[in-house]
Write a protein that binds this ligand. Sequence first.
Ligand SMILES: *[C@@H]1O[C@H](CO)[C@@H](O)[C@H](O)[C@H]1NC(C)=O
Ligand SMILES: *[C@@H]1O[C@H](CO)[C@@H](O)[C@H](O)[C@H]1NC(C)=O
Ligand SMILES: *[C@@H]1O[C@H](CO)[C@@H](O)[C@H](O)[C@H]1NC(C)=O
Length: 173
Amino acid sequence: MKYLLWICFLFTGESHGYVRLTNLECKSYDKTFIDFPACRLKVLGRGIIGANIHVKFLKLPINRMVVRLATYRKLSGYHPFLFNVTEEICRALKYPNRLRVFYYFYTAFLPYSNLNHTCPYNNDVFIRNCTLNDRMFAKVPLPKGIYKLTLEMDDGVMNWVSIINVHFEIDVD
Ligand SMILES: *[C@@H]1O[C@H](CO)[C@@H](O)[C@H](O)[C@H]1NC(C)=O
Ligand SMILES: *[C@@H]1O[C@H](CO)[C@@H](O)[C@H](O)[C@H]1NC(C)=O
Ligand SMILES: *[C@@H]1O[C@H](CO)[C@@H](O)[C@H](O)[C@H]1NC(C)=O
């Protein structure tokens, strides 16, 4: 069902008004494993808001990490909407599969990050001046509304150790 939906969205793309980041939070539940020295939105220009995240891994190298990516839509409170996918990131980087939802998000964020090689990761990860744009959503026509994307990461042995919450709005003209 999940993939069927995804395929449908892939082929019914339409354009949008604007997409705007409104809030960003990064939380570590285990600071011996992961920390976020920076996690903030910054105004880059008129109406352009960029996300900056510095992810510090304290137990290097990273050879395995499960991430869970979920999207929510706000109605009265946030409700799960459309995506809820789990991937082992090292495997996903090694065997890119463009039919996977993770790949879609990964390629959208790649230009803003240094996540451009396969595991092991021996360095900090940065997302710099990351903006959301219509192009990213061209294949996923989300209705006008308020959304949240969460990215949870584990420590390699299935303990969730962190979460990044990205809030954004889509306004269709
Ligand atoms: C991010 O944007 C700011 C403000 O526009 C700019 O000064 C900075 O050089 C940019 N950083 C990167 C890594 O592109
Ligand atoms: C996503 O799926 C996982 C595992 O199936 C579940 O535990 C979690 O509650 C789900 N999250 C959302 C937002 O639906
Ligand atoms: C990854 O990105 C960094 C910084 O932008 C760059 O220096 C490096 O050459 C890139 N590596 C690959 C394999 O593309």
